[in-house]
Design a protein around this ligand. Structure first.
Ligand SMILES: *[C@@H]1O[C@H](CO)[C@@H](O)[C@H](O)[C@H]1NC(C)=O
Ligand SMILES: *[C@@H]1O[C@H](CO)[C@@H](O)[C@H](O)[C@H]1NC(C)=O
Ligand SMILES: *[C@@H]1O[C@H](CO)[C@@H](O)[C@H](O)[C@H]1NC(C)=O
Ligand SMILES: *[C@@H]1O[C@H](CO)[C@@H](O)[C@H](O)[C@H]1NC(C)=O
Ligand SMILES: *[C@@H]1O[C@H](CO)[C@@H](O)[C@H](O)[C@H]1NC(C)=O
Ligand SMILES: *[C@@H]1O[C@H](CO)[C@@H](O)[C@H](O)[C@H]1NC(C)=O
Ligand SMILES: *[C@@H]1O[C@H](CO)[C@@H](O)[C@H](O)[C@H]1NC(C)=O
Ligand SMILES: *[C@@H]1O[C@H](CO)[C@@H](O)[C@H](O)[C@H]1NC(C)=O
Ligand SMILES: *[C@@H]1O[C@H](CO)[C@@H](O)[C@H](O)[C@H]1NC(C)=O
Ligand SMILES: *[C@@H]1O[C@H](CO)[C@@H](O)[C@H](O)[C@H]1NC(C)=O
Ligand SMILES: *[C@@H]1O[C@H](CO)[C@@H](O)[C@H](O)[C@H]1NC(C)=O
Length: 440
């Protein structure tokens, strides 16, 4: 057995050496296209269309080196010479992606992230083994429809990431036929139209990122019916309507970012119980109303909560104090209130990782309690501006020794400004104007 294997190994070696000699000797090695040498030819054709390679990344793509050894290239072990991976990451390469790439029929991964590839995505529909296509932050142009058509029949594809290009048009319904997709990311393009309701067959979907486009209409209910969904990232579009209830029913969802849209309606009161895995909840800059749900205190992993610039009303729930991971809480520009004793503020002193507490432009009213000084010393940014707060500023505020930003302006504070603020060594931004301090 051993001997046989060794001689087999040896003969492969001899053959490859012969092939190398052949490549080296022949200037026209691509004119004869037969068997697995087509992959070499396809790669050379791809290289020919690269107009700029400032780092010399493709310098070993030459006749002295077997194409499976070229940088960024990997080949199949069972099918010698057949390219399975083409990964050229952050190399500042410029040029068009030639259609010869569509002949690398054993390709599983094509990653050209952070380069300057331009033009349209060539037809890739012969790449039936393709699992991952990632061309993030390049200069791809054309219609997303053509890009999806280019992938027709790549039924194994799991990751489709074309973020950060210049693609236009509407996401076609037939993207639903790529039913093994786990990750769809078209973030930061110029897509228009609505999100198609064709995700119901995509039971593997874990992440959908369509942020920073010009999408409109509402979120299709189907999007929330993916039991494995982890991330829904749709910020900076013109989406509207109510957020579908299904989206608040994803028990594994940890990242929800719907900022800067035009969503209306309320946040379900049991959100913290139905989304127990939430770590990032960003709903800022929409037209949401109703209360900040008490149940958020049950989403025990929650680290960042952004509800700014909406129309939330009611009392800030003290249950937020249960969130030990909470580092960012922003309720700016709503109409939320505090109970007379500012209960929520003492509750928040349990949040030992709090970094930002921003409540600017709300209806807090009343006297700022001493317990403000019991907030975690991890706090860097405290914004209580524009809130009708009255009485004196408690000296305990000087205990927040790592504060860099303190905004108390636009309230009804009276008396003297506590000396303790002078001890805040790292304070770079201090706003106290528009109050009724003595001597101002
Ligand atoms: C190619 O395969 C080798 C060995 O399996 C691996 O270490 C390397 O990271 C792979 N390279 C690429 C570009 O996938
Ligand atoms: C082409 O395939 C044959 C048989 O599968 C293999 O022996 C040979 O090494 C391959 N050629 C290249 C260039 O890898
Ligand atoms: C792809 O391969 C076919 C043969 O299988 C060949 O006729 C065609 O020219 C190739 N296309 C490109 C763009 O290399
Ligand atoms: C996709 O596959 C179907 C069925 O095998 C075939 O009819 C169709 O021509 C293929 N599409 C492309 C663009 O290759
Ligand atoms: C994308 O949209 C932006 C803003 O509307 C515009 O400046 C840019 O020219 C557009 N790009 C393309 C490729 O359409
Ligand atoms: C889901 O798959 C079924 C069967 O393959 C198909 O008939 C249906 O049109 C698909 N639905 C969507 C929304 O793509
Ligand atoms: C949420 O999930 C539960 C259990 O999976 C289901 O019974 C309920 O209908 C779902 N609600 C919505 C609004 O999707
Ligand atoms: C938080 O969770 C507890 C225990 O599961 C439950 O009894 C309580 O009703 C929940 N609170 C809210 C406001 O949903
Ligand atoms: C804050 O911690 C104290 C002491 O551990 C506890 O008694 C109190 O209930 C906590 N408050 C909240 C809102 O979790
Ligand atoms: C601040 O915390 C200390 C220690 O936990 C406690 O004794 C004190 O009453 C708190 N102060 C206020 C104003 O809540
Ligand atoms: C202030 O900032 C410096 C440098 O970032 C840091 O080392 C220090 O711990 C901070 N806090 C205080 C109270 O100086």
């Amino acid at each position: 057995m051993m001997g046989t294997r060794r001689s087999l190994h040896l003969s492969t070696f001899v053959l490859e050496t012969l092939l190398l000699l052949f490549y080296a000797a022949s200037g026209t090695y691509c004119s004869v296209v037969h068997g697995n040498t087509t992959d070499r030819c396809s790669l050379l054709d791809f290289k020919k269309a690269i107009t700029d390679d400032p780092t010399g990344a493709l310098s070993n793509w030459n006749e002295n080196v077997h194409h499976c050894m070229w940088s960024g290239v990997n080949c199949s072990t069972r099918h010698p010479g057949r390219v399975t991976v083409l990964r050229l990451y952050d190399l500042d390469l410029a040029g068009k992606i030639t259609s010869s790439i569509g002949n690398l029929t054993f390709l599983r991964e094509l990653s050209l992230d952070f380069n300057r590839f331009s033009g349209q995505l060539p037809p890739l529909n012969r790449l039936r083994k393709l699992v991952s296509l990632s061309i993030v932050f390049n200069l791809l142009e054309g219609n997303i429809l053509d890009a999806v058509i280019a992938l027709e029949n790549c039924s194994k594809i799991e990751v489709l990431d074309l973020s950060g290009n210049m693609l236009v048009g509407s996401i076609p319904r037939n993207i639903g036929s790529l039913s093994n997709l786990r990750v769809i990311s078209f973030l930061a393009n110029n897509l228009t139209g609505t999100i198609p309701p064709t995700f119901s067959n995509m039971t593997c979907l874990v992440a959908i990122e369509l942020a920073a486009n010009q999408l409109e209409g509402s979120i299709p209910e189907e999007l929330g019916k993916q039991p494995n969904m982890l991330q829904v990232i749709l910020y900076e579009n013109s989406l509207s309507g109510r957020i579908p209830a299904t989206l608040f029913n994803l028990s594994q969802l940890f990242y929800l970012d719907l900022r800067k849209n035009m969503f209306t309606g309320t946040v379900p009161s049991n959100i913290g119980d139905t989304l127990p895995s939430l770590e990032y909840l960003y709903l800022g800059t929409n037209k949401l109303e109703g209360h900040v749900p008490d149940s958020l205190g049950n989403a025990s992993e929650l680290g960042e909560l952004d509800l700014q610039s909406n129309c939330f009303t009611g009392i800030i729930p003290s249950s937020l104090g249960k969130l030990h991971q909470l580092n960012y809480l922003n309720l700016d520009k709503n109409k939320v209130e505090a109970r007379k004793s500012h209960e929520f503020l003492s509750a928040l002193s349990n949040c030992s990782n709090l970094y930002t507490l921003s409540l600017n432009g709300n209806h807090l009213h009343g006297v700022l309690p001493n317990s403000v000084g019991n907030l975690s010393t991890t706090l860097r940014r405290l914004d209580l501006g524009g809130n009708y707060l009255s009485g004196t500023v408690p000296p305990s505020i000087g205990a927040l020794k790592n504060l860099e930003y303190l905004h108390l302006g636009g309230n009804n504070f009276v008396g003297t400004i506590p000396d303790s603020i002078g001890n805040l060594a790292n304070l770079t931004n201090l706003y106290l104007s528009d109050n009724q301090f003595d001597g101002w």
